[in-house]
Design a protein around this ligand. Structure first.
Ligand SMILES: Cc1cc2nc3c(=O)[nH]c(=O)nc-3n(C[C@H](O)[C@H](O)[C@H](O)COP(=O)(O)O)c2cc1C
Length: 425
């Protein structure tokens, strides 16, 4: 296991304080960016590092910053997305609660790079501790001239607004989030136009995930070549993986992008939680990503390799299931979440999510027919790609993959008129 980089401060006494953060090189990246580099240089440096967004899609961060127009007469905004609502994902809150200055420094550097004078940190409503830690860090940074007017004596000024969400998954989707900041319902917008051109309050906006911005100070402090050496081709840098489910030691683990999934499960997380039980399935990237069977799961955990294996790295929420897990019941659990969180704007998602819950519940309860198994795939297929935002895909992908990969379990429920694994834990 390599030395932690992103988690280096976590668990240290007073890791939240400015003094502690500075004692290990904190805000040196910001100093370098503001004193020695133009905004365009900073964008270039982040491009060279190869950093890809950690919010789910893995889009190259420097390239995204480069999309924000420099000649607009409108204000530009930088948003940090701290909604973190994807089941199985709990890394951003760790960074905010225990290393808030790393997140803050990343936001300030990113804002400088795109020429924003105002930034927003959108924190999921339930994250009271993250909110308190970030608010305290903002206060400390302001008093130390690292934020506010004329940062570090330069001509650059930035205001950061903390915005608390109300606990809606859809407000993690970037345009739903912007609607929410604007005081409206979190209904995602049609794209194009993309936020870089028309974002918050109709102005050019960049949005990045918490973990993404926490990588930025390291790149500026230690340089893009140092960063690009970590990880693997086209997938650079350290990554936080959230391990949950049937493992001995659930938690957040850091490893370079491209670590083997089995190393995460068996070494970092200590293997199956109960002696003698075998791995049955893994969801590699949060509950919206396609499930992998045990025999497909010994893969490299980077954006490209997981996609090649038929799933997605997503938010790296690794959910592990042993042989006592009922795949019908597990899918039902996932579907109930998305049915509850669908914003209702698009008919296929609003109606389809509830239909999927009804059908899969009847199979789990022993009331399903053979034809219902195909119906799950059919309904999911009618949601996939047919909605304004990818929440529709987020429900369709698990539904299709659970049925395709574990069809025999669905058939067994129909044949036995019930769940053979009920009470197996
Ligand atoms: C339904 C839905 C929920 C999302 N939730 C989050 C979230 O909680 N946090 C996050 O960073 N990105 C979330 N995203 C992705 C964001 O829309 C956006 O792509 C991301 O914040 C970009 O950051 P990055 O480029 O740093 O990865 C979600 C996307 C969808 C479709």
């Amino acid at each position: 296991m390599s030395e932690p980089i992103l988690l280096a401060n976590i668990g240290e006494p007073d890791s939240q304080t400015l003094e502690k953060y500075r004692s290990s090189g904190g805000y040196e990246g910001l100093r370098r960016a503001i004193s020695d580099m133009s905004p365009a240089d900073v964008v270039e440096e982040v491009k060279k590092s190869g950093l890809r967004g950690r919010g789910g899609a893995g889009f190259p961060t420097g390239v995204k910053w480069g999309f924000v127009p420099k000649d607009s007469s409108k204000p530009r905004y930088f948003i940090c997305n701290a909604d973190e609502s994807e089941p199985g994902t709990f890394k951003d809150r760790l960074l905010m609660e225990q290393d808030p200055h790393a997140v803050l420094e990343g936001i300030i550097i990113g804002s400088y790079a795109i020429g924003a004078r105002e930034a927003f940190l959108y924190i999921r409503g339930e994250f009271a501790d993250s909110y308190r830690a970030m608010a305290a860090a903002i206060d400390e940074a302001k008093h130390a001239s690292l934020l506010g007017m004329k940062i570090l004596g330069s001509s650059y000024s930035l205001e950061i607004h903390l915005f608390r969400g109300a606990g809606a998954y859809i407000c993690g989707e970037e345009t739903g989030l912007m609607e929410s900041i604007e005081g409206k319902r979190g209904h995602p917008r049609l794209k194009p136009p993309f936020p870089a051109a028309v974002g918050l309050f109709g102005c050019p906006t960049n949005i990045n995930n918490v973990e993404t911005v926490a990588n930025v100070p390291l790149i500026l402090r230690k340089g893009a070549p140092w960063y690009a050496e970590i990880g693997c081709e086209r997938n650079t840098g350290p990554k936080l993986y959230c391990l949950s489910g049937h493992v001995k030691r659930p938690g957040v683990y850091e490893a370079p992008l491209g670590v083997r999934l089995h190393d995460l499960i068996y070494e970092h997380a200590g293997g199956m939680w109960r002696q003698g039980l075998k791995l049955k399935a893994v969801i590699p990237g949060g509950s919206s990503t396609p499930v992998l069977r045990a025999d497909e799961s010994d893969i490299d955990m980077d954006f490209d390799s997981v996609a090649k294996a038929g799933s997605l790295l997503g938010s790296a929420g690794v959910i592990v299931m042993d042989e006592t897990a009922c795949m019908v019941d597990s899918l039902l659990n996932i579907l109930k979440f998305y049915a509850h969180e669908s914003c209702g704007q698009c008919t296929p998602c609003r109606e389809g999510c509830n239909w999927l819950v009804k059908i899969v519940r009847s199979i789990e309860d022993g009331k399903g027919k053979s034809a219902d198994i195909d119906l799950v795939e059919n309904v999911a297929g009618n949601i996939m790609g047919k909605t304004i935002c990818p929440l529709g895909d987020a429900v369709a992908m698990p539904a299709q993959s659970f049925v395709r990969k574990f069809r025999h379990e669905f058939e067994e429920h129909v044949r036995l008129k019930g769940c053979p694994l009920k009470g197996a834990h």
